[in-house]
Ligand binder design. Structure first.
Ligand SMILES: [Zn+2]
Length: 231
């Protein structure tokens, strides 16, 4: 009887993980909503829906920033207006990509769009199409930090189940017994929106690791893990 139950469990687990069949060198990502949330400084980040898809395992390829004046394809906000980039803005973003670790930046084409809307958000991103939308309010933020945060979302979305499990271990995210929910049990939470989910916590910790490393001093294992993966 036990074996029978185990078999059913194994079958149901494998069906959960293999929702779609992907070609070689690709792994499946199930559709999931990314919730809207507020950042620590009060800026609102809109919700997005990540579609079920096959993603290629990461290969490091030189970043190719592309600058668009148009609205991104399938952008979820219908009437949002976009504008041209200034030469200065383009140069600055290229310089930022040159300064950040290759793990974040070496992902080939990155599409930058310049919104003309007033928003407290410095940036929004969509990892499916590697799109980053920049708002005027980025001028009141540390630009390199904002870009690192969005690129860390791309990295998280490209991580497979085992890689994410490794993060859960070092960042102290615990799965419930039925593995359906996950909760943050770490004591040192430096940016409150980390509670939104591991994807946000991951981006926040990459940001802290790169720009405020001393703030992670009470988390040596997490720091060592980030040192290993962010190069
Ligand atoms: Zn984020």
């Amino acid at each position: 009887m036990k074996y029978f139950i185990l078999l059913i469990l194994l079958i149901s687990l494998s069906t959960v993980q293999a929702a779609i069949v992907c070609p070689d060198e690709h792994f499946p990502v199930k559709a999931h909503p990314r919730n809207a949330y507020s950042r620590q400084d009060g800026t609102q980040v809109r919700a997005t829906n990540v579609k079920e898809q096959c993603r290629p395992y990461r290969k490091l390829t030189t970043p190719i920033p592309k600058f668009y004046a148009s609205k991104p394809v399938e952008w979820p906000i219908p009437n949002e207006k976009f504008k041209e980039w200034t030469q200065g803005e383009e140069i600055e973003l290229r310089q930022i990509l040159g300064k950040l670790p290759k793990t974040l930046t070496h992902i080939g084409e990155i599409k930058f769009h310049r919104s003309n809307e007033k928003s407290p958000n410095p940036a929004l991103s969509n990892s499916e199409n590697k799109i980053i939308v920049i708002y005027d309010s980025i001028s009141t933020h540390d630009k390199i930090r904002v870009i690192a945060h969005e690129l860390a979302h791309f990295l998280w979305d490209s991580m497979n189940i085992d890689e994410r499990d490794e993060y859960f271990k070092f960042a102290q995210w615990e799965k419930s017994k039925d593995k359906k929910t996950i909760s943050l049990v770490r004591k040192d939470i430096l940016i409150p929106d980390s509670f939104i989910g591991p994807h946000e916590d991951f981006s926040n910790n990459v940001e802290l690791f790169l720009f405020q490393k001393q703030s992670l001093s009470k988390l040596p294992e997490l720091t060592q893990y980030l040192e290993k993966i962010i190069q």
